[in-house]
Design a protein around this ligand. Structure first.
Ligand code: GLC
Ligand code: GLC
Length: 633
């Protein structure tokens, strides 16, 4: 066993090790390794410097990385080179994401393939397929309990189907996005089975304790994520030992303090990259490192691990991007976003505050987030969504709320009540998710249309659906549609009668593909038809509006609390910009000439494709919004 030592010493050993490999390494790969190795060595030293086998682990990682590079196809290598010259390709105004479950939306991978023409009709450039790997029967957390990262669920197809699909999507201008579920495996993964059988090297892949002493100690400071499934962060094994399980009892957290876990997962990651995946959605990033006495969320080591995965990827599959899934305090969300860590991130704050504004008819908290929490480092981007396959949690900062005189805890309770429909006069028909009677915490579930009040007798529902998407499409970043929402799909209440799903209300907002609604999508007398046409218009205009590329955003305030406003400057720097104004309230709002003074006399209304004179001010109808190209004087 050899521990890590100085950079010079270890680098010399690695050079020799690489020279002795059975298959020679090409010059391009050697150059990449040379440029990433200093970073990798530094990260490995911080993470594993104290271990007697740190260098052995690093050498195995180098081998895993070079093996994967050797297997990368010429086509993907071409993509690597092409993307290297356009590191901000994902910031284009033409980017549009879609997300769906393979089985629910299309039956299987062959079905997804048949839908490529529809994806093109819609304008997608990014398709996130929900996890499609082998999982335990029944206990699968919608695919997030992975038993084998290299096997596609046989009901959906094969790995070779996935590879061909990735290629066909790419030919259609669509990047395939898959999850990298690396915080945990299912209890049926081969590693988990070996750990259960008592194989010490695999026991060390997980966090297993003989009795309650350590679990009790950790649980003093950890948060309960799925309290309806089990209290705390641990579950009992059949032999009486306790294993770390942040999410469901059958999802066991990996032990990243063991470098073999890192190397093994890096191998799985590169395998996925080599199937043609272009963006990896990094699942549950906040939870990957644990330390006693902390919340075991967003610890510094979690960032070091992600940076190390990033470095490995830069050597073997540099075209691939990471998208962070950190549904945590907004300060912490930001910490994951950088070219060296995750280039992309969900924007849970904007998502949650869009719903918050619709419920309160007050856009001030959303405005504050756009003013102060929207900026990102260069060459990174938000993924802006209205809702996902998950619940909605109210992850705004209590400090921000306090500045507006809002008490965070009470406000979250109000928002939960409102969206569950427990609040008098609510337009929403959501479900509670993971209500915790001990803490009073809960999140909510529901499709966009059901949460927005479509079909609830309030004709604001359709407008709210469109308004929420108009915000996601204009603030900057990649807008991500939950497929089916573009035809205003409603909740699927049948999950309550399915024993495998009734305990997880997120199934309410994961309905099967709503065939009848898609059939109505060009019929303007239907909700589906109207919403589809309006969203299509937004997509077309967005993709033709260069100001919507990138992330630059300047606040634009009006005196009305129901109006959120911002400018998206053009890249010429001549003061020209697109002004976005949106009214979250139920009544029309006038924006005065005085408020608009300085923006020029005439604006181009991009959505209506006409000129508008600004000297008389303008009126925003209830839930109305404008995208105006202005030319400040
Ligand atoms: C992520 C997924 C969620 C899943 C959890 C555990 O948060 O989005 O659906 O339940 O991770 O993998
Ligand atoms: C928690 C986690 C998040 C996950 C969600 C699933 O909010 O922080 O990662 O997506 O639970 O419900």
């Amino acid at each position: 066993m050899t521990a890590l030592s100085s950079f010079e010493t270890d680098a010399a050993i690695v050079v020799e090790h690489v020279a002795r490999r059975a298959t020679p390494v090409d010059g391009e790969t050697v150059a990449r390794l040379r440029s990433e190795f200093p970073r990798l060595h530094r990260l490995f030293s911080s993470l594993y410097g104290g271990r007697p086998d740190g260098l052995d682990a690093l050498l195995r990682l180098v081998d895993t990385t070079l093996d994967a590079r050797a297997e990368r196809t010429p086509e993907l290598r071409r993509l690597d080179r092409e993307r290297a010259g356009r590191s901000n390709w994902f910031q284009s105004e033409r980017m549009l994401g879609g997300v769906c479950y393979v089985d629910r939306f299309a039956g299987d991978l062959a079905g997804v393939r048949e839908m490529i023409p529809y994806f093109q009709e819609l304008g997608l450039t990014y398709l996130h397929l929900m996890p499609l790997f082998a999982t335990p029967e029944g206990d699968d957390d919608g695919g997030y309990a992975v038993s084998d990262y290299r096997t596609v669920d046989p009901a959906l197809g094969t790995m070779s189907d996935l590879r061909s699909l990735a290629e066909e999507l790419r030919a259609a201008g669509i990047s395939l996005v898959l999850d990298f579920i690396f915080n945990h495996t299912s209890n049926e993964h081969a590693w988990a089975q070996r750990a259960l059988a008592g194989d010490p090297s695999y026991e060390d892949f997980y966090l297993i304790f003989p009795d309650r002493e350590m679990p009790d100690a950790y649980e003093k400071t950890t948060r309960e994520i799925f309290p309806e499934d089990h209290p705390g962060s641990f579950v009992a094994l059949p032999d009486g030992r306790w294993i770390w399980a942040t999410f469901y009892r059958f999802q066991w957290d990996l032990n990243y303090a063991n470098p073999d876990v890192f190397t093994a997962m890096a191998g799985e990651m590169l395998f996925l990259a080599n199937q043609g995946v272009e963006i990896l959605r990094m699942d549950a990033v906040a939870f990957i490192w644990k330390r006693l006495g902390t919340a075991c969320e967003s610890l510094p080591e979690a960032h070091l691990l992600l940076q190390a995965f990033n470095a490995v990827l830069r050597v073997a599959a540099p075209a691939v991007l990471f998208k962070s899934e950190a549904i945590v305090h907004p300060d912490e969300v930001l910490d994951y976003i950088s070219p060296e860590e995750c280039q992309l991130s969900y924007n849970p704050l904007q998502m949650a505050l869009t719903w918050e504004a619709l419920a309160t008819r007050d856009a001030r908290l959303l405005q504050l987030a756009l003013d102060e929490r929207h900026a990102l480092p260069p060459d990174t981007a938000w993924v802006n969504y209205v809702r996902s396959h998950d619940d909605i949690g109210w992850t705004f900062a209590d400090e921000d709320a306090a500045r507006l005189g809002i008490a965070g805890g009470a406000h979250r309770r109000f928002l939960n009540d409102f969206y569950i429909g427990r609040f008098d006069g609510s337009f929403s028909r959501g479900y509670p998710f993971q209500e915790n009677p001990r803490t009073g915490d809960a999140r909510i579930a529901g499709t966009t249309a059901s949460l927005a009040g479509v079909g609830a007798g309030d004709d604001g529902g359709e407008d709210r659906v469109v308004l929420a998407h108009a915000l996601a499409m204009s603030t900057g970043g990649i807008p991500l549609l939950y497929l089916g929402d573009e035809v205003a799909q409603l909740n699927d209440d049948t999950f309550q009668h399915d024993p495998a799903r009734s305990a997880d209300s997120r199934w309410a907002h994961r309905p099967p593909r709503p065939e009848h609604r898609y059939a109505q999508r060009s019929d303007a007398t239907t909700t589906a038809g109207r919403v589809f046409a309006r969203l299509r218009r937004l997509i077309d205009v967005r993709s033709a509006t260069a100001e919507f590329a990138g992330n630059a955003l300047l606040p634009f305030h009006t005196p009305d609390a129901a109006v959120v406003g911002f400018l998206r400057p053009n890249s010429r720097g001549d003061g020209g910009a697109v002004l976005v104004l949106a009214n979250v309230g139920d009544d029309p709002v006038g924006v005065s000439a005085q408020t608009l003074a300085g923006l020029g006399d005439v604006a181009v209304d991009l959505l209506e494709d006409r000129e508008r004179r600004l000297e008389g001010g303008l009126e925003l109808p209830a839930h109305g919004f404008v995208w105006l190209r202005v030319r400040p004087r």
